[in-house]
Design a protein around this ligand. Sequence first.
Ligand SMILES: O=C(O)c1ccccc1NCC(=O)[C@H](O)[C@H](O)COP(=O)(O)O
Length: 205
Amino acid sequence: MTKVKICGLQEPEHIQTAVLAGADAIGFVFAPSKRQISIEKAKELAKFVPEGVLKIGVFVDPTIEELEQIVNVVPLDYVQFHGHETPEYIETCQFPSIKALAVKTVSDVENGSKYNTDYLLFDAPGTDFKGGSGMSFDWKLLQGHGISENRLILAGGLNPSNVGDAINRVKPYMVDVSSGVEVNGRKSNELIKAFIQAVKDEERS
Ligand SMILES: O=C(O)c1ccccc1NCC(=O)[C@H](O)[C@H](O)COP(=O)(O)O
């Protein structure tokens, strides 16, 4: 089944809802964002994430020292980069990683081949911040560029109504959502459940 990451979680009850509904990964945002949390808060929230569900930290251009501290203290399973991190930087960091690419044109997609990373996450360009905008991009740009489906994470403007179609068209390894499971800027238990159910329904269809 397509894996699901629910990103930008800030409250224990939403983590519990996501886990019970079957989320495979939880995202904590350390990058500048309206969803940014402190290292102490993340450490507390991490206690609600059981073994087997991945804890992924979202960063924009962190120093290696910052990264090491956060990965070890929370602790995190993966680091997800949304800034100007170079292929060399990602090799140096030595943590399991996801490189996010903001897609406007085909060359943004092609850029992915430069990175020696575990997964490539394709997202819409951010607006106020480097991600989590709730905007979508043209999924057709992902076609025919040799990105292995088992390395591809699709993000950007996904929600319970369009995620089935997205899976059907793109066939990603994982889908990632933040804004699409929020109401007035706060995560919604109902939308988290509906999103994960929509992924399951698509698998059965
Ligand atoms: O979510 C944020 O606020 C954020 C801020 C800065 C960099 C990355 C950020 N989020 C990363 C994610 O993994 C989001 O889930 C992804 O961008 C999709 O967001 P959305 O379009 O809101 O579903």
